[in-house]
Design a protein around this ligand. Structure first.
Ligand code: FAD
Ligand code: FES
Ligand code: FES
Length: 1327
């Protein structure tokens, strides 16, 4: 029932101190879109659009006329409806500070602490920290972690960001060495402090930071204060094209409107409704906003409970509960404590600031963290309508949505009453998610028991679970049957059986992980049982009335570890690096920790990314239409309906391509057939992004399914479906060597990985009117490839196409090949329509279409002696390449070449194949096969260790290269740096002492186990072809002495531009401040090679060096003649003498080749070496883990910039840790990727950084596997103790699910198991 069109009210709010008045505001517009498009404030970034990443964080300030207080809180602008902002003040990163005027200390410190790499997440980080400081100018470390918990960063690994935040925090006093200038983390095994004079630990200097001065902040606009106190109009209405937004100012008006529009949803935080309307197709013509109704924010404390207004945000609820807990006796606050526990880890701070209690309760999400606790805590819902108030119980019936127990049309939720707990009552909450924070739970639970006074006899029991059904499930029947029972082991056993029977989860249940979820249900119950038992004992001891203390079963100390939850702490650590030679001239920046050139601009939002380029005249927007079938014939594409929609300009299909449509087996736009879900079929071009996106839904494609449909590696092997021939390396005599040794034959499965660069794929194509020229602005690692692809697609020569890359918001290999596809499709649209075309993939499409790291299935057979010496190793690897070749052959080659890692094994056979499946094509990803392949090698070492009864590090040491030797492909190298890294890592990490401590801990704790692992790494750098190592640069010196450097590398966040200027500065002996890099462009440096393979800075640095040498040589006579002159004098003279001040530098590249026929070559110019040691603790009952400490030692020869290199190490390490622990892709049995948002795909967050994180030198992704093997070590300890076979099939990532299920015990034994043949699973494993 839409409202009749009338004239809208005016929306008034402030942005960065300036008043914004909007007539005709569209209720469908979000704050993010408005900031970026209307106000051109592009510092606030789009990265996911679902509230899951924090890139769009801004601060909202709002005055409450009742409390007379102004509240400042961070929000996700992508979920904030613009209409909800009437009367508020918004502060964006631009309003915080600017390099043009004044930097805010938060901005200065994040940049100078090296907390920015690509910089795409930085404005969001700044805003989260800024908001924290507005509320707490000297926050605690806990508050800092909490404030940043909702912000993702894919580059830095968080440590430097937290380090910058820590500079505002209250001083910690727990480092014993404080004041000595040394740190406890420098301790050697003998306990002494081993600080060497040529080693430096300072990457930035706190002394240069400006102090925080809270008086400098923007004040809340007085006009808004007046508006809040005396609103001119109570009810505001905004009419949009499709939706009407009504914001009543009083409860009475709200209830009248709800009676008038009973179907209209109420918008509170919009964190549930917004995503549902955006991506689940929910549409409501009228929305009723609760933003201006103060009655719904009231809190009442009574003698028996708390009544909290439905519109109180979850952050406010958290504060209210904390306050009540501090005021009331412990026994009354059981439910509040349980709620508070979950409120700490529910979503990130921004979502908790936005989401309301009422919205949360009424969303009735299956994963709701609060509803299970509220329901067992006997919460009551106070419902309001024009007819008055009534109460209903927040119980199983309400949660199940039974009409008799639900809101009636016209009713709203006014408040939630949560009663105090009673004396003999215990309430607890449990939750397990893929990672600790900002992750939806797999299973959660609220549990409450009430005992007959002074006894252990159950008087009342309630248990409710989330995540195991369509909504919160109450185990009412089981609980009733247990009333009257004693709280003992017999009761526990029966309770487990009853619960598993009552809350039955089908094998095909939504979200999968069925057996894990069943196990969690009973594991949580066991935890609750122990918790209550402990409390009962404590209570009985305290209570003078009872004498029955011996009645309660004794819990041995070693079982108490089941009770402790892992706490989140701010990571500590020391980063050490080689100090530059003290004789190095001060002005020479090479080897110094120089800040990223764009660091400050990242922090102020002034760094321009592709989609921040202002709209150009007549620009159109493109959206892609992708296949919904995995393998099918396209029968027809019907776009007739699309042209009736507003704003639609054209539909681009394969027929519109003037030149070549990609390769025969890898088309840009599908022709006749599709080979995976997510394959691009056609594209819509429209006036706005929203119009283009909406139009894609109206294109009707009919398919005819084709056979075979292959998703898994095993199926591909069965169908002989491969993308390229097998790659093989062999040495020694493998068959003979196996004859006289013990053997292990095992399998290893390594899941794929999504790049999750924060800036999704994007391109802007501007066709010029003259000579068919095109200007392209692309987020790519390889502009020359984009240029070449566009040239062949459009059938115009490359010299008409200029590709510009200013900076890329993260690439990690994902922007090597794919940007050319999107660039070419957008270019076809631009040429066909004659308009500039912008294509910005939303996160969902990006994840669906672009592919990622290849999942791997490995089989190994290893032959070894009792001593642990490996005599023979045969590894066969298969990677899931998806439906086209892309980089799969190269990945297979690199995988095979790198498989030996650090080990010298005489008899070896490595074989690799890339499988062709009906999945989106997998592509380049940091490490290029190495992180997956080497996991097989290291797993095999671990298996040998288990068989020999020796620690894995002994087997590693025994089999490591020791002297100058040749690799399996006969390339000579010296392992000396490898051994040095290994030894230093053992030493720095105090490995042996800690191994003993771990064993001691494990003896004392049954339900928690620790594990420690140290992993060596020999990582080859570069491409296996000489031509791929060439690089060029162009250096101009202008007559004012300023220098412009251009080179072939792209700035992806890895600081290549900073390093290049460091090189140029050293060579020309001119300060970096005189130098500039504008962009990477195919017009300045042609025929460039992709910035990848860890060699970009090296080869381009040599080209820059060469150009500078040429220039300096030309200047030499001038300088000689006037040695006292200034740089500017020399340049002016040189110009007058007609000396060219521009030079091209060139590096021909390192020699590299590989002959696969002869299995012989020198594929890599050089190696870098490293070792990492990690220690973890696992919770055997939930599968969760805590990273206790990581030490990394890397040898990377001379670092051009230690701050940047340390950042690369840590970033890669954390990314690797994500690959091996939390990042899990799920596919439906039809080949549809489910994991398409940060909600469903968990990259590490701030809380995942090891508690102690110490680094030396430069590292790679693979070292993250030390965490994986530490987890495996802990799991092995658990299995040993439980008498379960120690060896088991290794599966990466080591998710909580896999860890829990590997720690087999009586709970995993008790759950029902389904016969896989009897149901269709929710997801299928593809590795
Ligand atoms: C990124 C992200 C992460 C999240 N993580 C978690 C998590 O870890 N754990 C968890 O439990 N939840 C999580 N959530 C869900 C979140 O808790 C809910 O979305 C939120 O609590 C809903 O509150 P809201 O105020 O935003 O509701 P809205 O979206 O505004 O409204 C939701 C529904 O409630 C109705 N409604 C709202 N208020 C009233 C009222 N007073 N009377 C009647 N009807 C009303 C609306 O009509 C609508 O149907 C997450 C959400 C996001 C976006
Ligand atoms: S873009 Fe808003 S949270 Fe990701
Ligand atoms: S710097 Fe954080 S995402 Fe790149």
């Amino acid at each position: 029932m839409p409202c009749p069109p009338q004239s809208s009210d005016e929306l008034v709010f402030f942005v960065n101190g300036k008043k914004v008045m909007e007539k005709n505001v569209d209720p469908e517009v979000t704050l993010l879109a408005f900031l970026r498009k209307n106000l051109r404030l592009t510092g606030t970034k789009y990265a996911c659009g679902t509230g899951g990443c924090g890139a769009c964080t801004v601060m909202v300030s709002k005055h409450d006329p009742v409390s007379k207080k102004t509240r400042h809180f961070s929000v996700m602008a992508c979920l904030v409806p613009l209409c909800s902002l009437h009367g508020t003040a918004v502060t964006t990163v631009e309003g915080v500070g600017s390099i043009k005027t004044r930097l805010h200390p938060v901005q200065e410190r994040i940049a100078k602490s090296h907390g920015t790499q690509c910089g795409f997440c930085t404005p969001g980080m700044v805003m989260s920290m800024y908001t924290l400081l507005r509320n707490h100018p000297q926050p605690s470390e806990e508050q800092l972690m909490e404030a940043l918990g909702g912000n993702l960063c894919r580059c830095t690994g968080y440590r430097p960001i937290l380090e910058s935040g820590r500079t505002f925090c209250m001083e910690r006093s727990d480092c014993q060495q404080k004041g000595t200038g040394k740190c406890c983390l420098d301790q050697k095994e003998d306990g002494s402090l081993g600080v060497k004079s040529d080693i430096c630990t300072e990457l930035f200097s706190k002394e240069e930071f400006q102090p925080l001065d809270p008086t400098q902040e923007l004040i809340f606009p007085p006009e808004l204060l007046r508006m809040a106190e005396n609103p001119e109009k109570q009810t505001l209405t905004f009419y949009g094209e499709r939706i009407t937004w009504i914001s009543p100012g009083t409860l009475q008006d709200l209830l009248a409107l709800k009676a008038k529009y009973p179907e209209a949803p109420l918008v509170s935080g919009n964190t549930s409704l917004g995503p549902a309307m955006r991506s689940q197709g929910h549409f409501y013509p009228v929305l009723l906003s609760l933003a201006a109704v103060p009655d719904l924010r009231m809190v009442t404390k009574s003698s028996d409970g708390l009544t909290i207004g439905a519109c109180c945000s979850l952050a406010q609820v958290k504060d209210i509960l904390a306050e009540s807990i501090s005021e009331l006796p412990e026994e009354k606050t059981q439910t509040y404590r349980a709620l508070l526990k979950h409120l700490r880890s529910l979503a990130g701070q921004q979502i908790r600031n936005m989401a309301s209690l009422g919205g949360h309760v009424l969303s009735r999400h299956r994963y709701s963290d609060l509803n299970p606790i509220l329901s067992v805590g006997n919460a009551i819902l106070n419902l309001l309508s024009e007819e008055g108030m009534r109460q209903i119980a927040l119980d199983g019936h309400f949660l199940a949505g039974l009409a008799s127990a639900d809101l009636k049309p016209g009713e709203i939720l006014g408040s939630v009453y949560i009663p105090h707990s009673q004396k003999w009552e215990f309430v607890s909450a449990f939750r397990q998610a893929q990672c600790h924070q900002n992750a939806l739970p797999d299973v959660n639970a609220g549990m409450r028991v009430l005992f007959r006074e002074g006894t252990d006899i159950i008087e009342d029991l309630s248990i409710a679970y989330g995540g195991v059904g369509p909504t919160t499930i109450s185990a009412h029947r089981s609980c009733q049957q247990l009333v009257g029972r004693h709280w003992n082991a017999l009761m526990l056993d029966e309770a487990c059986r009853r619960l598993l029977d009552e809350v039955s989860l089908p094998g095909s249940a939504l979200g999968g992980k069925v057996e894990y979820k069943r196990t969690l249900m009973v594991s949580f119950l066991f935890k609750f049982y122990l918790e209550v038992l402990q409390e009962l004992k404590r209570k009985v001891k305290l209570s003078s009335e009872s004498t029955d203390s011996q009645h309660y079963p004794v819990i041995a100390d070693r079982f108490l570890s089941a009770l402790e939850d892992f706490q989140v702490t701010l990571p500590q650590g020391v980063q050490t690096y080689q100090r530059v030679d003290p004789h190095q001239p001060l002005q020479d920046p090479v080897g110094r920790p120089i800040m990223h050139l764009s660091g400050l601009k990242h922090a102020t939002g002034e760094a321009i990314f592709c989609d921040d380029i202002p709209r150009v005249d007549k620009e159109l927007f493109m959206a892609l239409v992708t296949s919904t079938r995995a393998h099918a014939k396209i029968i027809s594409i019907d776009s007739s309906e699309v042209f009736t929609l507003p704003g639609v300009v054209d539909v681009i299909t394969a027929e519109d391509i003037p030149g070549t449509n990609g390769d025969d087996d890898d088309k840009l736009l599908a022709v006749d057939e599709v080979h995976c879900v997510g394959q691009v079929i056609c594209a819509v071009v429209a006036e706005t992004d929203v119009q283009a996106k909406r139009a894609t839904e109206k294109i009707k494609i009919t398919y005819e399914d084709l056979k075979p449909v292959i998703f898994t590696i095993k199926d591909a092997i069965k169908h002989n479906s491969f993308l390229c021939p097998e790659k093989k390396l062999e040495q020694g005599n493998i068959e003979e060597a196996f004859e006289n040794v013990d053997q292990v034959v095992e399998e290893v499965h390594v899941g794929g990985q999504e790049h999750f660069y924060m800036e999704t794929q994007r391109v802007l194509v501007i066709p010029k009117t003259e000579d068919k020229e095109l200007d392209m602005y692309v987020s790519t690692q390889d502009p020359a490839h984009v240029q070449k692809t566009v040239s062949s697609t459009l059938n115009i020569p490359s010299n008409k196409i200029t590709c510009h890359v200013k900076r890329v918001g993260g690439g990690f290999g994902g922007k090597v090949g794919r940007p050319a596809v999107f660039g070419a499709i957008a270019a076809v649209g631009a040429v066909k329509t004659g308009h500039p075309v912008r294509l910005v993939l939303d996160r969902e499409d990006d994840m669906l279409i672009t592919g990622g790291r290849h999942p791997l299935f490995g089989k190994y057979k290893v032959g070894f002696m009792n001593s642990g010496r490996i005599k023979a190793l045969d590894i066969e690897c298969y990677i899931n390449g998806g439906c086209t070749l892309d980089d799969s052959e190269l990945v297979t080659e690199f995988l095979i070449l790198k498989l030996e890692n650090a080990y010298k094994i005489r008899n070896l056979r490595f074989r690799g194949r890339a499988c062709m499946t009906n999945l989106p094509s997998n592509t380049a990803f940091r490490g290029f096969g190495f992180p997956q392949g080497t996991l097989v090698t290291e797993s095999c070492i671990t298996a040998v260790a288990a068989k020999c009864g020796l620690p894995p590090e002994k087997i590693r040491e025994k089999n490591m290269y020791k002297t100058v030797d040749k690799t399996i492909y006969k390339q000579a190298f010296s392992p000396e740096p490898l051994i040095r890294c290994w030894t230093e890592c053992l030493d720095k990490s105090s490995f042996h002492i800690r191994r003993t401590q771990v064993e001691e801990f494990n003896r004392k704790n049954y339900w928690k186990k620790r594990g420690i692992a140290i992993i060596p790494m020999k990582f080859s750098v570069g491409f296996a072809a000489t031509s791929y190592h060439q690089a060029a640069a162009l250096v101009h010196i202008y007559t004012d002495g300023s220098v412009l450097v251009a080179h072939g590398g792209n700035e992806l966040g890895q600081g290549i531009h900073t390093k290049m200027l460091q090189v140029a500065s050293r060579e020309l002996k001119v300060p970096m401040s005189h130098m500039h890099i504008c962009e990477t462009s195919t017009a300045t440096v042609p025929n460039t090679i992709a910035t990848a393979a860890s060699i970009g800075a090296d080869v381009n640095g040599r080209a820059v060096q060469n150009a500078c040498e040429i220039l300096l040589k030309r200047l030499e006579p001038v300088i000689k003649k006037n040695p006292e002159g200034t740089w500017r004098d020399w340049i002016e003279t040189a110009f007058e003498q007609r000396i060219s001040l521009s030079a091209t530098g060139y590096f021909r590249g390192y020699k590299a080749f590989m002959d696969w026929e002869k299995q012989d070559g020198e594929p890599f110019p050089y190696y870098v070496y490293g070792a990492a040691c990690s220690e973890v603790e696992i919770d055997c009952l939930t599968g969760a883990h805590k990273k206790i400490r990581t030490d990394i030692v890397m040898d990377a020869c001379c670092s051009l910039n230690p701050a940047i290199d340390v950042g690369q190490i840590e970033g890669a390490f954390i990314q690797g840790m994500g690959l091996y622990t939390t990042e899990e892709l799920h596919y439906s049995p039809e080949g549809v990727l489910y994991s398409r948002s940060p909600d469903e795909y968990k990259i590490p967050t701030v809380t995942d950084v090891p508690e102690q994180f110490n680094g030396l030198g430069e590292s790679g992704m693979f070292l993250g596997s030390s965490v994986f093997f530490a987890i495996a070590d802990a799991v092995a300890a658990a299995r040993r103790e439980r008498d379960v076979a120690e060896d088991f099939t290794v599966q990466s990532p080591a998710t909580p699910e896999r860890v829990r299920m590997a720690c087999a015990d009586r709970f995993t034994d008790m759950i029902p198991r389904d016969d896989p043949k009897t149901f269709k699973p929710w997801s299928i494993p593809i590795a």
